[in-house]
Design a protein around this ligand. Structure first.
Ligand code: 3EB
Length: 336
């Protein structure tokens, strides 16, 4: 069995169910409030949810979860999987590279110290991702800081990269008090053993993007395939957008969505081949740059996967200015 199940639920009432020691993580999408809980399993992704629903994502563990906090990193541990989170309060407009490097060093150090040296999946959220300071876009400064630590931490960087997303939020949305949540927010899943890095045959690996995309290339894998034993696979799918080769394609939302869905299909085919079992999307997190009519988006997504996959739509800034939509998620084998 996989060491946890991820699913969406109604955010209302999710709190009362938190004090359940079989909860590995509870992820909400909303404006942070000053009195946020310090339960390390609970995290707030400061992006508005679209479509009038209030969704939470829960990770349910069959075994009891232990929580802790060290070096500014909170974690939840169920013996087989580790959920981590780190928030830096520093907005650091012109020092995002060192701030990112410090955060990444801590994240890797705590995961290793807890006995989970393999980061499988990292979610990165930061304010003003497309703003420029000192001639460098913040996303590119973030990429440089991240790469610095990955180079120092991972043996063979290009085959050991976690799956990732990097999404911007409006600074005003997260600004709820002095030094609170204005900086980088990292959420991660770590394992005791490595997963398998999956790349997308339609896309140049992000870590091989040419220098026009920044001084240090974005260092993530397109997906990580994790075999949790007995034929139970999780595929952690990175943020996937309308990028073919290394170039962004299409100027409008629906065309970008169609290209993104073709990319996801290619990725699922590739991962299913590696797993030697079909992998089906189980959860999708969809980021759109501007509030949009969701009906045509839903329709195309359902069409692409032949069925309704649970989805949540969030408003967020994709890390290339021209990209209007990005989709990430989880796919699982029939055995789950
Ligand atoms: C792309 O394909 C889109 O820097 O961690 C997607 C997912 C993207 C993750 C990251 C960037 C990242 O290049 C951008």
């Amino acid at each position: 069995m996989a060491p946890f199940v991820m699913r969406y639920c109604d955010d209302h009432g999710a709190d009362e169910r938190l004090n359940n020691d079989h909860r590995l993580a509870l992820i909400r999408f909303r404006e942070p409030v000053a009195a946020e809980t310090d339960d390390p399993r609970q995290c707030v992704i400061p992006l508005p949810e679209l479509g009038g629903t209030a969704t939470a994502e829960i990770w349910i563990s069959p075994s009891p979860v232990q929580v802790g906090r060290v070096s500014g990193v909170s974690y939840a541990d169920n013996g087989e999987a580790l959920f981590l989170q780190l928030q830096s309060d520093e907005y650091a407009p012109d020092a995002l590279q060192p701030v990112t490097a410090i955060a990444y060093r801590r994240l890797f150090a705590v995961a290793r110290a807890q006995g989970y040296p393999h980061l499988l999946r990292i979610w990165n959220y930061l304010p003003d991702i497309n703003e420029e300071y000192g001639g460098l876009e913040r996303y590119r400064a973030f990429c440089a800081g991240r790469r610095q630590v990955l180079d120092a931490t991972l043996g063979e960087v290009e085959t050991r990269l976690p799956a990732a997303s990097a999404i911007g939020f409006p600074k005003s949305f997260a600004q709820v008090g002095e030094g609170m949540g204005e900086g980088l927010r990292l959420y991660a899943l770590a394992g005791r053993d490595a997963g398998e890095q999956i790349e997308n045959p339609r896309q140049i690996s992000a870590f091989h993007y040419p220098p026009e995309y920044g001084p240090r290339s974005p260092s993530f894998s397109r997906a990580v395939l994790k075999h949790w034993g007995d034929g139970h696979y999780h595929l952690y799918i990175s943020g996937t957008a309308s990028v073919v080769g290394h170039a962004s394609r299409h100027g409008n939302l629906l065309a970008q969505l169609d290209e993104t869905l073709v990319n996801l299909d290619a990725l699922l085919t590739e991962a299913s081949r590696r797993a030697a079992t079909p992998l089906q999307p189980a959860l999708l997190r969809i980021y759109v740059r501007t509030d949009s009519d969701l009906a045509p988006l839903r329709e195309r997504i359902v069409q692409a996967f032949g069925r309704a996959v649970p989805m949540v739509f969030l408003q967020g800034d994709v890390c290339r200015r021209e990209l209007l939509i990005e989709i990430e998620g989880l796919a699982v084998s029939a055995a789950g």
